[in-house]
Write a protein that binds this ligand. Structure first.
Ligand code: DC
Length: 230
């Protein structure tokens, strides 16, 4: 089994890049953020307050969360229901950000992630994949971009959706979220000692993808073709 870990802050392009890299290698792409979001959806539906840590620690043991692949896309199942289309709302994002700091939530989801990676070759993205979930991953990437660039990307995304975003406000929110992710007590966002830093600020999606594929090629065997699809 070959495991590739991609960590980094929100908005660095992790999921886009990880999905492309997985496709090139014919590996499974595992989006761990979507698992935290599915748990958050369950808690939200139960009417739990995002700061009620005790209730979150208790209730998070209830739902069955699993993932499946349909047409190559990850589908997150919450007690058997496909919840993909409910995971990107503001309420779920807020709840995920708070509930993912609760150790009981992490314990359950990390176990699931480790099981997936033991069964098949994966490209897994998140915040703690290289440091906690897959410390023995053959390749670890820490993908980042400047706050300004990430804010601009988000700004354009929102504009395209017909919204009327304010760049400075987005920049502030991203900086705040970085701070929260990096300073939280449990599994803070941090570059693993053996991770390769990739700064995508001045790179296109295709450039980042081929750069990462090159790193994987270098790390998993020199000169040979050790990974299918490379
Ligand atoms: O990557 P994302 O925005 O979909 O992640 C949703 C939330 O889950 C976000 O607040 C960070 C958290 N998360 C985490 O704590 N650990 C991970 N491995 C992945 C996501």
């Amino acid at each position: 089994m070959i495991n590739i870990a991609i960590d980094g802050p929100a908005g660095a392009g992790k999921s886009t890049i990880a999905r492309k890299v997985a496709e090139k290698l014919s590996f499974i792409y595992v989006d761990t953020g979507a698992m935290y979001r599915a748990m958050a959806l369950y808690l939200h539906r139960k009417g739990i307050a995002a700061d009620d840590t005790e209730a979150i620690a208790r209730v998070c043991k209830e739902p069955r969360i699993s993932i499946e692949y349909r047409d190559g896309e990850q589908v997150v199942l919450l007690d058997g229901e496909n919840v993909n289309s409910f995971l990107r709302t503001q309420e779920v994002s807020d709840m995920a950000s708070k509930s993912s700091a609760v150790p009981e939530v992490r314990k359950r989801l990390v176990e699931l992630q480790q099981k997936l990676a033991a069964e098949q070759s994966v490209v897994m993205d998140g915040r703690d994949i290289g440091t906690v979930v897959l410390p023995d991953a053959q390749v670890k990437i820490y993908l980042t971009a400047s706050v300004r660039v990430r804010a601009k990307r988000r700004f354009l995304e929102l504009k395209e959706k017909g919204e009327n975003p304010v760049l400075e406000k987005i920049e502030e929110e991203i900086a705040e979220r970085d701070h929260r992710d990096m300073t939280r007590e449990v599994a803070p966002l941090r570059q693993a000692d053996d991770a390769v830093l990739v700064d995508s600020s001045d790179m296109t999606i295709n450039e980042v993808t081929s750069h990462i594929l090159n790193i994987i090629r270098d790390r998993t065997g020199s000169g040979r073709r050790p990974v299918p699809g490379l």
